[in-house]
Unconditional design. Structure first.
Length: 395
């Protein structure tokens, strides 16, 4: 079964290329013949090509004209009953009764035959003489199926031309210069994305990020990056730019971390760093595809964007810290600080409302249940657990 499929795929590929050739060469000739013979009233459309005539014919009868090319080869023209009716309506006027292909008059048959002969004389330019030793087979023909359409009335029918495949003489186009090679395009540029790495970072550190801060990406390697082109991603081997190396004190960096004030601030999220769209040459892209080590020094001057869940947080310049990549912040995205401030303000506002409600409730309770001030002071000074009675099962 797989062998049969491979044969069919090969045949289809050949037919596709043949269709393109016939469409560019034969279709204009067929249209020109029709325009000269009938005036420009019909439109021809090449529906397809086939080696099996049985797939093209339907139950309708056809008017067939056979034209002898040589002793072994012929050209056939097949016009469906509807096509003949369309042509005769244009040339002789519409008949009163129902059209019947089997009852053509001599005049009607001569008109169709003359058109087919005129068509043959024009299409013969694509045929070459048959070799003297060639033996004809039953499968050496190609059927071109055209749709003949009356432009004004919109009705259409089939027009099938059968050509001996072995006599076809397609034009062979030779390149006037040497053929292109892959490396001829080596200097052409293409837009790609470059992923630097990722790291875990706390929300409070994102909220406190500032210009000139340095974010080091734990999941990065100075000798590797990930190249993204359309939907494809590929690890690439790099020669690191040692000019980006800076001294960095991890302890000093830790001291600058924000102080956790609540559970929310202590949550860690994944931050990733990626170059803004950069341009690299196709030559470099080819070396990357081959797994070679490449030198992308030119891209290091581009800005790197830090983002969390595809939301940009900050931008900066690439640096190297020990054997990891880092980003020195040069711009903090305003939306981040604004949203963080807004969230804090909303929380503080809600908290203030909550405190006001508590204060009002407490004042109302004290008015309804006055207590001795000395007793209250003693309760504040000392918390006595004996006030609570605990069952054994609670201990």
């Amino acid at each position: 079964m797989s062998k049969l499929n491979s044969v069919n795929v090969k045949d289809y590929t050949e037919l596709y290329s043949q269709y393109d050739w016939f469409s560019r060469n034969c279709l204009p000739v067929v249209q020109q013949v029709s325009d000269e013979f009938f005036l420009p009233c019909f439109q021809f459309i090449l529906l397809g090509i086939s080696k099996n005539i049985n797939t093209l014919l339907d139950k309708d009868p056809y008017f067939v004209t056979k034209v002898r090319i040589d002793k072994q080869h012929d050209m056939f023209f097949r016009l469906s009953e509807n096509t003949v009716n369309i042509i005769l309506d244009r040339t002789l006027g519409k008949s009163n009764g129902k059209f019947n292909l089997n009852k053509l008059t001599d005049l009607e048959a001569k008109i169709i035959t003359a058109f087919n002969d005129f068509m043959y004389n024009s299409l013969a330019q694509f045929l070459s003489p048959a070799p003297p030793t060639l033996k004809r087979t039953n499968f050496d023909v190609i059927h071109l199926t055209f749709l003949l359409k009356d432009i004004d009335k919109g009705v259409s029918g089939k027009f099938i031309v059968t050509l001996p495949e072995v006599l076809l003489n397609p034009d062979n186009i030779e390149a006037s210069t040497e053929k292109f090679k892959d490396m001829d395009f080596a200097s052409s540029l293409v837009d790609v994305g470059l992923k630097v790495g990722t790291t875990k970072i706390k929300l409070i550190d994102i909220k406190n990020i500032d210009i000139d801060d340095i974010v080091v990406f734990d999941n990065s390697d100075t000798h590797h990056m990930v190249l993204k082109f359309n939907d494809l991603e590929k690890d690439i081997n790099l020669n690191p730019n040692l000019g980006l190396v800076i001294p960095f004190d991890n302890n000093e960096g830790d001291s600058e971390m924000g102080e956790n004030t609540n559970l929310w601030d202590s949550i860690e999220v994944e931050m990733n760093a990626q170059f803004d769209t950069v341009k690299i040459s196709l030559g470099e892209l080819k070396r990357i595809e081959e797994g070679l080590v490449v030198d992308l020094t030119s891209i290091y001057n581009n800005s790197v964007t830090l983002s969390v869940e595809d939301k940009p947080i900050a931008r900066g310049e690439l640096v190297i810290v020990n054997d990891r990549y880092g980003v020195k912040i040069s711009e903090v995205i305003a939306d981040t600080q604004t949203s963080a401030t807004t969230e804090d303000s909303d929380f503080e506002g809600d908290n203030q409302d909550f405190q006001d409600d508590n204060e009002q409730s407490e004042e109302q309770y004290q008015e309804e249940n006055p207590v001795d001030s000395n007793e209250t002071q003693n309760e504040e000074e000392e918390f006595d657990y004996s006030d609570f009675e605990l069952e054994d099962e609670d201990i």
